[in-house]
Design a protein around this ligand. Sequence first.
Ligand code: NAD
Ligand code: WQD
Length: 336
Amino acid sequence: MSLLITGGTGYIGSHTVVELLEQGDDVVIVDNLVNSSTKSLDRVEQITGKKSVFIEADICDKGAMRRVFNDHNISSVIHFAGLKAVGESTQIPLHYYHNNVSGTVALLEVMTEFNVKNIVFSSSATVYGENNVSPLVETMPTSATNPYGQSKLMVEHVLFDLAKSDPEWSIISLRYFNPIGAHKSGLIGENPNGIPNNLLPFVSQVAVGRLKELQVFGDDYDTVDGTGVRDYIHVVDLAKAHLKAVIALDKLPGCTAINIGTGNGTSVLQIVNKFKEISGADIPYKISPRRPGDIATVFAQANIAYDVLGWQAERGLDDMIADTWRWQSENPNGFD
Ligand code: NAD
Ligand code: WQD
């Protein structure tokens, strides 16, 4: 039996494939390479000494997905495939809804046809919206402020309804907080196209000299130093949560949402200072106005992950930043 990993050549997917291969699982990857390249597969093979099956296909293409299920004996799916740029989602919302929502519905329909009813879904802390106070707990009301967040929330509704309709489904929706870091080998890491939107890739590209200066979006929040606080989680810890989730599917019918975070908050300036300390690089920054849609503080309550999956984060901020820096400094232009 194999695990199907959609979006498996991307940032979080490639790190998860490493952990799965090292655990001895057979892995089939489907990715349309819209935000990744097959170079990550070569690196994954270099790290693990093992091969996965790669199929270039779009999850929206039901014919192609049927062939995948026909040709491989799939036991469970880890579904990473999706578009994730918040700003872009406000400009091309239909594309986001089509890719993330319709694409997931198409995948679920094909899974139903082949009687594969186990899935782990990549959700996001963004589904908590802007009205809840951290620590964020899975039972809090959800909402979304942009089409990307809305697409994650819509898929969660689809998954809850599907599980209610048919008790054979086991579904875990992992709500990631802020994934950062890279594999300790320095061979795989985050490789954004163009100017990064997220803090860590931006800081590391400033540190390596690819970008001139970081803009710190607001220093007047009610936080430790006025800058935004987030729950950063090492991508390898996050990857390991998926391995635990796949095991848990067997004994957990229905649909369960689970936060994947550390439970700790770190401010933008704390990140910048830690990055300077670890890399020894200069990180020029200027304070800019708040970014629309941002809130002061976001961090998880991570008890359910521990109680239900037996998972907790093992890597701290030093590891997250040291590993980000190794990846960035050894691959200043990503995989190119
Ligand atoms: P990524 O862009 O590196 O990986 C996503 C992969 O999905 C890419 O390789 C892309 O080519 C592929 N893809 C997109 N649409 C596809 C389609 N229709 N068919 C086949 N492949 C498709 O992003 P990531 O950071 O690894 O994120 C993985 C998942 O986790 C996404 O669903 C994302 O929304 C979610 N997530 C990410 C974060 C984060 O900050 N990185 C936080 C919360 C949730
Ligand atoms: C972190 C902090 C910014 C960039 C986003 C998505 C969320 C999830 C994770 C997918 C904030 C500040 C940032 C910069 C800055 N993705 N910042 N200068 O906004 O918490 O979450 O990624 O699901 O849905 O919204 O992450 O890394 O963009 O920002 O000062 O150039 O860094 O204001 O306080 P965010 P981020």
